[in-house]
Design a protein around this ligand. Structure first.
Ligand SMILES: Cc1ncc(COP(=O)(O)OP(=O)(O)O)c(N)n1
Ligand code: 3NM
Ligand code: MG
Length: 519
């Protein structure tokens, strides 16, 4: 969402704009119809350039009818300055002329609007049967370096990867790596086409491989139970358009991927509920912005796989509906000595500038001091020292998790708080059953570089719903009373503050006053 100042002086929010360049399906299930419905439900404005006027029903594809490339060029020209896209979603490319135009035009548009993101759903085959495009996968090669995210299903991924290597069976990650070597920045391989026998639960995993630098690639794998339904026509188009919509709203790829999978799960579950007993292939059911935890996938990662037997971390010992309130995050014993007498319920020692014996001594003293005040002290990062000195809890970030012995922390009876920045990280952290989940950064902050990870209040509310019964701590840029109130009203359990206290002219007065407001 972008904004501009209107003549009246008020800030006007503009809806994010996506373009879809795809075919029309007269049966209303797939293509442009799916794209418009999805974009509308996910609160973006959709401009559509139709590549083909297909004739199809729920049983077969009868004709393609490619649109003249001059019409596409004229539409693109008319819209470029009038409604510039945040994201362009490409679906059906009907023939070689369209492909040639698209390659040249995308090259120009990417120069003109450097932030534009291109999502490509490589529909070559119609789900009702028959070829939708005259193109064969090798002809797509010049297009691929212009694509930010490509969203093939397993069959399409195998066809695309055959450009790099012989089409032998390969695991999903090998396919994804081959596709990235064709020049796209990220690939999401959808696993939903696996066959399902009656009454059998089939795991539907989608894998995203993103190229971060020339030598670094990041994998995200999301799992859900496959839902058996006939109402899936246009599900692939809807997934790619959902991804385009969430990217247009500014979500990171991992979060846009997670939200899109939830959107598809929700739609399939909706149609399942309204299944009318016929075997007809029907349009994918479009739901609203996904918010229900049951629609969200589970995260699969090596970390999660290593921790299948991890017990839940101990809870925080709160009475029903009791809240922790103010959560100061400080970097010295001196700060603990000043703040602990205020009767706060939780505090964190976050030391970044000490090591060796000095660090160990400080942590040992901090643990003893907090215990004498019966305050819940979380030690940031240094989990071995927290365990050694019998601490109450440990706070770890997502990067810290990889190097921590979570089983040892749990067995030692320490509580665990985990940072999260967006729904992917929140779902991952939640699967580890921590004592609390931190969500940040709510606002921009000077205390730590959180570029690209600012959540805002609306996203905080969504994430809070996903946390379900796990207590949530909000952190980041909460440095005015107005922000404190806005965050508190979302229903979080606690608010963590660094600079609002440590950089205040009168820190104890601020801590007392703000603590009194968080009840
Ligand atoms: C309550 C709370 N939330 C988040 C953080 C950040 O932890 P992490 O991501 O590990 O970053 P560092 O604090 O180690 O820089 C936190 N400390 N506390
Ligand atoms: C340490 C830290 N972690 C964050 C996260 O989002 O994980 S934001 C943050 C800085 C919080 O400092 P302040 O209250 O001064 O903005
Ligand atoms: Mg850390």
């Amino acid at each position: 969402m972008t904004s501009h100042i209107a003549a009246t002086g008020t800030v006007v929010k503009n809806k994010a704009i996506i373009w879809t360049i795809s075919g029309a399906d007269c049966s209303g299930g797939a293509g442009i119809a799916a794209d418009i419905k999805t974009g509308h439900n996910l609160k973006v404005e959709v401009c559509h350039l139709i590549t083909a006027n297909t004739v199809q029903n729920s049983h077969q594809l009868l004709a393609i009818n490619a649109v003249d490339v001059d019409i596409l060029a004229a539409q693109a020209k008319a819209l470029t300055l009038d409604k510039p896209p945040a994201v362009i979603k490409i679906g059906l490319i009907a023939n070689q002329q369209q492909l040639t135009w698209l390659v040249a035009w995308l090259g120009n548009i990417k120069q003109q609007f450097s932030s534009v993101i291109v999502v490509y759903d490589p529909v070559l085959q119609a789900s009702v049967g028959g070829r939708l495009s005259k193109l064969i996968s090798t002809e797509l090669q010049p297009l691929l370096p212009l694509i930010d995210v490509i969203t093939p299903n397993l069959i399409e991924a195998t066809q695309l990867s055959a450009m790099v290597n012989s089409p032998t069976t390969a695991d999903v990650l090998t396919l994804a790596n081959r596709i990235l070597s064709l020049g796209v920045k990220a690939v999401i391989i959808k696993g939903g086409h696996q066959q399902q026998a009656a009454n059998q639960v089939v795991d539907c995993s989608d894998t995203c491989l993103q190229s971060l630098t020339s030598s670094q690639r990041q994998v995200y794998t999301l799992r859900a139970d496959k839902i058996a339904t006939n109402a899936s026509h246009g599900g692939g188009c809807s997934f790619a358009t959902a991804l385009a919509s969430f990217l247009a709203h500014g979500y990171l790829l991992r979060d846009a991927f997670t939200l899109s999978k939830a959107f598809i799960h929700q739609g399939l579950a909706l149609s399942h509920e309204t299944e009318c007993g016929t075997n007809d292939y029907r349009a994918f059911e479009q739901g609203p912005w996904p918010t229900q935890p049951s629609d969200f996938p589970s995260v699969f990662s090596p970390l999660i796989a290593r921790h299948k037997k991890l017990p839940p971390f101990p809870c925080l010992g709160l009475k029903p509906s009791e809240k922790l309130g103010l959560y100061p995050v400080v970097d010295s014993l001196a700060w603990l000595k000043r703040l602990l007498p205020l009767n706060i319920k939780i505090i964190q020692l976050r030391i970044k500038d000490k090591q060796g014996q000095a660090l160990a001594n400080t942590i040992a003293q901090a643990i003893a001091l907090a215990r004498s005040y019966q305050c819940r002290l979380f030690i940031n990062d240094h989990w071995q020292l927290a365990m050694k000195y019998g601490g109450y809890g440990v706070h770890l970030g997502q990067e810290d998790l990889a190097n921590a012995n979570l089983m040892a922390i749990a067995r030692a009876g320490l509580r665990l708080g985990i940072s999260s920045h967006g729904c992917y990280e929140l779902l991952l952290a939640k699967q580890l059953q921590p004592s609390y989940l931190a969500i940040g950064a709510i606002f921009a902050t000077k205390t730590k570089d959180m570029t690209g990870q600012i959540q805002g209040l609306a996203n905080l509310k969504q994430l809070l719903a996903l946390a379900e019964s796990v207590p949530v701590v909000a952190i980041g840029g909460i440095n005015t009373e107005q922000r404190l109130q806005q965050v508190w009203q979302t229903g979080v359990n606690s608010i963590a503050l660094v600079s609002a206290i440590t950089k205040a002219a009168q820190p104890l007065e601020v801590a007392k006053k703000w603590q009194a407001q968080l009840v």
